[in-house]
Structures are given as C-alpha cells and as structure tokens.
Design a protein around this ligand. Structure first.
Ligand SMILES: Cc1cc2nc3c(=O)[nH]c(=O)nc-3n(C[C@H](O)[C@H](O)[C@H](O)COP(=O)(O)O)c2cc1C
Length: 165
C-alpha cells in the first residue's frame, strides 16, 4: 500500500483488488476521492463523467459471480454522449482519465479499487437505468483491501517505444 504522497510510487504499487474487507469507507473520503478524480484532463471542459452509487437493492440484481469481492461500495462510472464521433472518443478518454485518477487517489489513501467490464452489458445498462447514448465505462468496487495481489509484470517499455525521425 502506498500512502507515501509519491505519485510514481502510487502508480507503480496500485493493484486491482479482488477481495475487500467489509469495513465501510467514509462518505467524506469518497467525496474527496471523486473531487480529486474530477481534475482529470478533458477537452473543452466537457467533464463528461457521471457517477452512480449502486445501492444494495440494485447491486443484488447484478448477479455478479463474486459480488465484487465483498466491496462495501460499488460505483458505476458513466460517460455522457458526444455529438460527433470525435467527441465520443474524447469523452471516453476523459472518463478513463477520471477513473484512473480515482483509483490512484484511492490507493494513496489506502483504499483499493477494481474495474469490471461487466459494465458494458445491456443487462447492467438496463438495471442502472442508463440513457441511450450514455456509456457505462466501469463498475468499480471500492473498499479496504483484504488482500493485495502480486504485481503483474509489464512489458519493458523499450519494446513499445519507437522514435520517429
Ligand atoms: C477497461 C478495463 C476493464 C477491466 N475489466 C476487468 C474485469 O472485468 N475483471 C477484472 O478482474 N479486471 C478487469 N480490469 C482490470 C485488469 O484486469 C487489471 O488492471 C490488470 O489485470 C492489471 O492488474 P493491476 O491493475 O493490478 O495492475 C479491467 C481494466 C480495464 C482498464
């Protein structure tokens, strides 16, 4: 767990958390993390993200096989529609930045997060009451980690970088 105030260390040590302690996360802390996330870059200040706190009744209907590792909080992060294809792409990218900010801010405070692609299914969209055109970019379980998995090693960046003349 990071809690060093060192952004590089926070980025490097953050892990996707699969099992959570049942301990609640204070609403003020969640608010602080979401406020931090909202400083994400976004073109023309569209701030295209929306956040749903998924309550127990709705969550029970999601029928997720692991119940999100017992996380006490489940967020759905939505992306508002854009008028053009480029707008849509930029909105999606901005929301991904928002989510990453949230995950890193959370890790810095000792809070673990996950990112479930279950978000994309029509079943989930209907349950969350998401409007046509709005995307569900991630379902994020949030809570104090019960276990922190070992890092999945990354491909050395030398293999991913090209220098153009
Ligand atoms: C768009 C997106 C969708 C993801 N969906 C899932 C998912 O459905 N289930 C899951 O266990 N992890 C999911 N992840 C998390 C990745 O599996 C995880 O980030 C990766 O294994 C690297 O592990 P780390 O985050 O601990 O470094 C998703 C991540 C992203 C960015």
């Amino acid at each position: 767990m990071s809690q060093t105030g060192n952004v590089l260390e926070t980025i490097r040590t953050r892990r996707t958390i699969k099992t959570f302690k049942p301990d609640p996360v204070a609403r003020e802390l969640l608010q602080e993390l979401l406020n931090a996330a909202s400083w994400a870059p976004n073109h023309r200040m569209t701030e295209p993200w929306q956040v749903l706190f998924v309550g127990p009744e709705t969550r029970a209907k999601l029928h997720h096989k692991t119940d999100f590792g017992g996380a006490p909080v489940l967020l759905a992060i939505l992306c508002e529609p854009g008028k053009t294809e480029i707008d849509q792409e930029e909105h999606y990218a901005a929301v991904a930045c928002f989510i990453t900010n949230f995950m890193l801010a959370a890790w810095e405070k000792g809070i673990g997060t996950g990112w479930s692609s279950l978000a994309a299914s029509q079943h989930v969209r209907e349950l969350l009451g998401v409007q046509e055109g709005t995307k569900v970019v991630g379902l994020l379980p949030v809570g104090y980690p019960a276990e922190v998995p070992s890092p999945k090693e990354r491909t050395p960046m030398e293999q991913k970088i090209k220098y153009l003349p």
